[in-house]
Design a protein around this ligand. Structure first.
Ligand code: HEC
Length: 185
């Protein structure tokens, strides 16, 4: 009996040793993985990417074909030239729209107001008044990209809406078009 017990004990010990032999690699693997992730928790975590700056622009909420009601500008300067251009080269370009927002703040809010409602201080005494650019229905010379581009570049005859040709490049005008399109409701 004693001998049997010893054998059993030896067998048990052997089992423990085997277990002991197999478990260290497990632990090693475990600690290796812990070690592997240690720098992330131990060392200062890399600074999280700063959240993107608040975007002051959205995509247009009103769908408008580029030439929607552009024919209403037939009697206005630059109509034929803009008709030939046919489309907005920066349509849908969000970066261009952001640049347009900045250009609008610099050049247009004095008359059209910070939010485009046509209530800027420099427009108060004008007749006709600066257009409320948020009112889609109120556009008289085209509601889409071509009409707005022509209005900006060549102005509106007999009104305070002076041409921006020579003060802004075509590229800048298109960027502002993108932004104005986002104001329309
Ligand atoms: C000096 C004041 C003044 C400034 C600055 C000005 N506008 Fe205007 N804008 C007007 C007036 C006035 C009208 C209305 C014209 C009319 O009713 O015939 C107008 C009309 C418009 C229209 C409407 C055209 C339509 O189809 O009805 C758009 C678009 C426009 N402006 C865009 C701009 C943009 C973009 C800028 C800046 C680049 C700008 N305006 C700067 C005075 C201004």
């Amino acid at each position: 009996m004693m001998r049997n017990k010893k054998v059993l004990a030896a067998a048990g010990l052997a089992a423990l040793l085997i277990a002991g032999c197999t478990s260290p690699p497990d632990n090693a693997a475990g600690s290796a993985s812990t070690t592997g992730s240690a720098p992330a928790t131990g060392a200062p975590a890399p600074a999280p990417a700063p959240p993107p700056a608040p975007v002051a622009v959205s995509t247009p909420t009103v769908a408008a074909a580029p030439d929607l009601e552009f024919d209403k500008a037939k009697a206005q300067k630059g109509y034929a030239d803009v008709k030939k251009l046919g489309k907005n080269p920066v349509a849908g370009d969000v970066e261009a729209t952001k640049a347009g927002a900045t250009l609008f703040a610099t050049n247009c809010v004095s008359c059209h107001g910070a939010e485009g409602h046509g209530d800027g201080p420099a427009g108060m005494s004008l007749n006709p008044k600066p257009r409320n650019l948020t009112a889609f229905a109120d556009y008289q010379f085209g509601k889409g990209d071509l009409g707005i581009f022509r209005t900006i570049k060549y102005g509106v005859d007999g009104s305070g809406m002076a041409p921006w040709e020579g003060r802004m490049t075509d590229d800048e005008c298109w960027k502002v078009v993108n932004y104005v399109r986002t104001l329309q409701k």
